[in-house]
Design a protein around this ligand. Structure first.
Ligand code: AMP
Ligand code: ZN
Ligand code: FE
Ligand code: FE
Length: 282
């Protein structure tokens, strides 16, 4: 069930709940042999992850997950094996962090206008390190009993189309792929199910378009994708010459249905995937 390689997880530097070192210790206990930390739009946790992984004798890849502009669902691009010090990448991430910093006060103002008693201090206090985002707002709403659960916070206030939702600037898929590749990395389409494309013809057209832009892989195995989906993504990836990858999308306590190393009982994610990514990046 637990795969030897997990290429998708989040630490408290983005919207997970644990420090990278704690995730690496858990990975060692589970027998995971190679891992990539893929925090949203930040490389801040990578240095700590690399130290802890080396300590735990776990092989590691640099990683990131970038949110791209897309309709109707969400399009996330994973990056692997890039240089985390690449100037163009760091500049792009800085711009995204700037957009986040401009959006957060708007969410706060919307919540306050809705009569919710909440301050910026309370939100910041939910985030030990790294970036502040909607999960931290959600935790305050739960703590103050404005909503019952973390998910209710998104359902009632913070989710797309809900009264305290605020759009955030995103790069185009082309730009995400370009930035990752120019930093020496490989771009992989994360959890294709979240694209929200039910029609297989539409899905293939979209993924083919991304492949033409330089996409190198597809995350066929994910805790969020059932067997039928996984199989169809494997077939599509093979057809388009993409590397087939897998990741749990671990977020600690923020996502209890995605244990570290788990990406479906049918998943196959071994060390050859890591080799293929490295080869492609080189
Ligand atoms: P942000 O980047 O600040 O807009 O926050 C996005 C994060 O909020 C995602 O990465 C998820 O961790 C979380 N999130 C977004 N929508 C939902 C939802 N409907 N239910 C639970 N968590 C969500
Ligand atoms: Zn996340
Ligand atoms: Fe994602
Ligand atoms: Fe993720």
């Amino acid at each position: 069930m637990i795969q030897p390689v997990d290429l998708h997880c989040h630490s408290h530097y983005s919207d997970g709940t644990e420090p990278p070192a704690k995730i690496m210790r858990q990975a060692r206990r589970k027998g995971i042999r190679a891992i990539a930390l893929t925090d949203h739009d930040t490389v801040e946790g990578l240095a700590e992850m690399q130290l802890a992984a080396t300590d735990a004798k776990i092989d590691w890849l640099s990683g990131i997950e970038m949110s791209a502009e897309f309709q109707p669902g969400t399009l996330h691009i994973l990056g692997y094996c890039f240089d985390p010090k690449n100037a163009e990448l760091l500049l792009a991430l800085q711009e995204i962090q700037q957009a986040r910093a401009e959006r957060n006060p708007k969410i706060l103002a919307k919540l306050q206008a809705l009569g919710v008693s909440i301050t910026w201090d309370e939100v910041v206090r939910e985030s030990e390190v790294g970036q502040v985002g909607r999960p931290h707002f959600a935790r305050v709403l739960v703590r103050k009993r404005v909503v019952r659960t973390f998910f209710d916070a998104f359902d009632q206030y913070l989710g797309k189309g809900k009264p305290a939702h605020e759009e955030k600037f995103r790069y185009s898929p082309a730009r995400c792929i370009e930035v990752i590749r120019k930093a020496g990395g490989v771009a992989v389409l994360a959890h294709p199910i979240q694209l929200g494309l039910k029609d297989p013809v539409e899905l293939e057209k979209t993924v083919k378009g991304l492949a033409d832009l330089g996409l190198g892989g597809i995350e066929a195995y994910s805790s969020s994708q059932g067997r039928k989906y996984a199989e169809s993504y494997v077939a599509l990836g093979r057809k388009l010459g993409l590397i087939i990858t897998g990741g749990s999308d671990y977020h600690g306590q923020n996502k209890s249905k995605a244990p570290l190393g788990f990406m479906g009982a049918w998943a196959r994610n071994g060390l050859s995937v890591v080799e293929a990514l490295r080869e492609k990046a080189a």
